[in-house]
Design a binder for this molecule. Structure first.
Ligand code: 6R9
Length: 677
């Protein structure tokens, strides 16, 4: 690295640690280059020379590289082929295709010889007095029992099982039990509404659901079973009948009960054996479906398969977090998102790690909760989201500094671009200036981390995800698909396949090809904008499509629009994102009412509640602007560029409005904007 190339003179070295760069926000700023500290390098698995060598090998000869690293997991039948992928035409992605393995067997059984009494999962409840430790031996028994319960009720290899759970160990048991018998799980985030859950049950025709009576977050119960009951009714109308619901008793709160359909988890597991043979799965057998928002209204069922995914998430978990045997590792995500799948459950457990699962929220019972949990369980590696950091930063340093945090060795972030202020706060206040931060860029679709620093190898720049992981070939292209070299800004594509990549959209391969491989021929298009600086570092600038990122959660603007127009008083809606101090982006809705309807405060509240009910609390609109008309081209296309500018209160730069059918609507939109500075 340039910043490290001239070490001897102290003042020169200090000067070299500052650079002028164009940040993720598009503004030039001075960035402090944080050199790799001696302590980070000392026992690191990968230093810079190793990174450079492995990276070069991995892109030069992927077959050889992954042929070697595929062996990090155990196989019933070894593979003879490694990579068989094409991003052209019909798009076909296969890794290790003739091998056979099983995910739960890799995450549990193979560790039992050495780690049967090691803690696999530390569970920290919403209430700080509520916690549990589960050893690998116990994990084995729990997973086998639940797998047997599923078998007893007729779940077979290839069947889809919906998991709608709070953050309790049973959620991990349920995922692993599916993989043990070859069922495909679809985890639905516990914050989603009955409608959203029903849509996901119906899309993959899932007739088996695992849930809990209630969830608990920040002291408040969440009615998961009641939501499930409603969702099942809605799904039935759409043509999908749920036959069985297994219910974990979490709070003991009252729920409705359908006698012939619902069974209690604790009663069922008492009726079966604590042993269940893992199914031999082909490398490309489906592992799970995870629904994610895109630029159209309907969430896509992202499909991941067995072996490539496990190889990739276990390898990234080990090297990105510099995971060493015995480390206590904590990722604060929810298992309802891909980060929870890859970096709470599969990556860590495949590596025989101790993974912490947290039921609660960052500010309950106090703003110190994260740091208290770190001290309580001596957490070494901590992985969270920029939105949480911004909120905690706003609460003041004292909540952090009154805790020790001396166990910390690596810090990580994921989910959205991290602003340099939050990064420096994380580094200096949480990490006392002594702990490296890995800003990991990836997506539901990529299965695992693609662009990231490695703690012992990569000099850090606040706000940059830095360099590609092994085997990953990022490319920047302009609007016409021309590849950009050197220092450049463009759309981020990945030129070749890596083992953790999604294989298809469940039930709709054509949509997979259209969404990801049609914009730029022969390349995977990420939907993100990105800049590369003169050190070859990548700076993700955010989505370039109609997806917004609210507190690290992906939200299709079209999904919110369709929720709004489903209200009887709404005739048309357009939704855009705008910069939000804590959430990263907020949800700004322009709403045109039906003829005769009058805008008022009550209706505004009603619409907010309506969207929450339709999608879930994560989609709660921040601003609603009643608009008699939306800016449209003569062909009827809504000009979102203009709506974004008005939402940002930046209407001096509206650009060309001459192509609008009715330029006058813009004046009304400006006059009634909701984000006046
Ligand atoms: C893992 C996850 C993916 C989108 C992605 C991008 C944004 C994620 C980021 C980041 C900047 C990072 N994103 N990590 N942007 N820096 N370190 O979040 O998956 O929910 O599918 O979201 O999130 O825009 O395209 P997912």
């Amino acid at each position: 690295m340039r910043a490290n190339s001239r070490p001897p003179r102290r003042d020169a070295a200090r000067r070299a640690s500052w650079q002028l760069v164009l940040g993720g926000n598009g503004k030039m700023s001075e960035v402090h280059v944080h050199r790799v500290q001696p302590a980070w390098k000392k026992n690191a698995l990968i230093d810079n020379d190793t990174y450079l060598k492995w990276y070069a090998d991995s892109v030069k000869n992927p077959d050889k590289f992954w042929g070697k690293h595929g062996k990090r997991i155990d196989w019933f039948k070894p593979y003879s082929k490694v990579k068989n992928t094409s991003f052209d035409g019909k798009v076909s992605i296969k890794w290790f295709e003739d091998g056979e393995t099983n995910v739960s067997w890799n995450c549990i059984d193979r560790h039992l010889k050495k780690r049967s009494d090691q803690t696999a999962i530390i569970w920290e409840g919403d209430n700080p007095y509520d916690d549990r430790k589960i050893t690998y031996n116990e994990l084995y028994a729990h997973v086998c029992r639940l797998a047997n319960v599923m078998k007893k009720h007729g779940v077979r290899k290839g069947d889809r099982v919906t998991i709608y759970m709070p953050m309790i160990p049973e959620a991990a048991y349920a995922m692993l039990a599916c993989t043990r018998i070859g069922a495909i799980h679809s985890v639905v985030f516990g914050g989603f509404s009955p409608d959203a859950l029903a849509g996901r049950i119906d899309d993959c025709k899932s007739s088996f659901v695992i849930t809990a009576d209630e969830g608990l977050r920040g002291g408040k119960p969440i009615p998961l079973k009641d939501n499930t009951d409603k969702a099942i009714e809605i799904a039935a109308k759409a043509g999908t009948k749920v036959e069985k619901v297994v219910v974990v008793r979490r709070t003991g709160g009252k729920t409705s009960w359908v006698a012939e359909r619902d069974v209690w988890y604790h009663e069922e597991i008492a009726t079966v054996k604590a042993e269940c043979k893992p199914e031999k799965m082909k490398a490309e057998d489906p592992l799970f479906i995870l629904y994610t928002s895109g630029s159209t209204g309907k969430p896509k069922g992202v499909l991941h398969t067995t072996a490539g995914y496990l190889v990739y998430v276990s390898m990234t978990h080990q090297y990105v977090f510099d995971y060493h045997d015995g480390d206590i590792y904590w990722c604060t995500a929810d298992v309802g998102w891909v980060t929870g799948h890859s970096y709470i459950v599969y990556g860590p457990l495949a590596n025989g790690a101790t993974t912490l699962m947290f039921e609660g929220v960052p500010n309950y019972p106090s703003q110190s909760r994260f740091w208290e949990v770190i001290d309580k369980h001596k957490v070494n590696i901590f992985y969270t989201a920029p939105t949480a950091l911004r909120a905690l930063m706003g609460a003041g340093d004292a909540h952090v500094t009154r805790t020790s945090r001396k166990s910390l060795r690596v810090l990580g972030t994921v989910g959205e671009p991290i602003n340099p202020e939050a990064w420096e706060w994380y580094f200096n206040v949480v990490g006392n200036g002594k702990v490296p931060i890995v800003d990991t860029w990836w997506q539901t679709e990529t299965g695992g981390i693609l662009i990231t620093p490695l703690p012992g190898a990569t000099p850090l720049k606040a706000g940059s995800a830095t360099r590609p992981f092994f085997g990953v070939k990022p490319q920047l292209v302009d609007g016409d698909g021309k590849m950009l070299d050197g220092v450049a800004s463009g759309n981020l594509c990945i030129a070749d396949s890596w083992p953790g990549q999604m294989r298809t959209v469940y039930g709709d391969h054509e949509r997979f090809v259209q969404t990801y491989f049609s914009t730029y021929k022969g390349k995977y298009f990420t939907g993100d904008g990105c800049r590369r600086d003169d050190d070859g570092y990548y700076w993700i600038t955010g989505r370039v499509d109609d997806v917004i990122n609210v507190s690290g959660h992906r939200m299709g603007t079209a999904e919110v629009e369709s929720a709004l127009v489903s209200h009887e008083k709404v005739s048309e809606a357009a939704v855009v994102g705008y910069p939000h101090d804590i959430k990263g982006q907020g949800i700004y809705c322009y709403v045109t009412l039906m003829a005769g309807e009058k805008p008022n405060e009550e209706l505004r509240k009603e619409l907010v509640a309506h969207v929450r009910k339709d999608i879930g609390a994560i989609a709660t609109p921040d601003k609603i602007q009643f608009a008699p008309g939306l800016p449209k081209t003569r062909s009827g296309k809504i000009m979102r560029r203009i709506l974004r500018k008005i939402a940002e209160d930046d209407f001096a730069a509206l650009g060309d409005t001459s192509t609008l059918a009715e330029p006058a609507v813009v004046d009304d939109l400006i006059a009634n904007r909701q984000n006046k500075r």
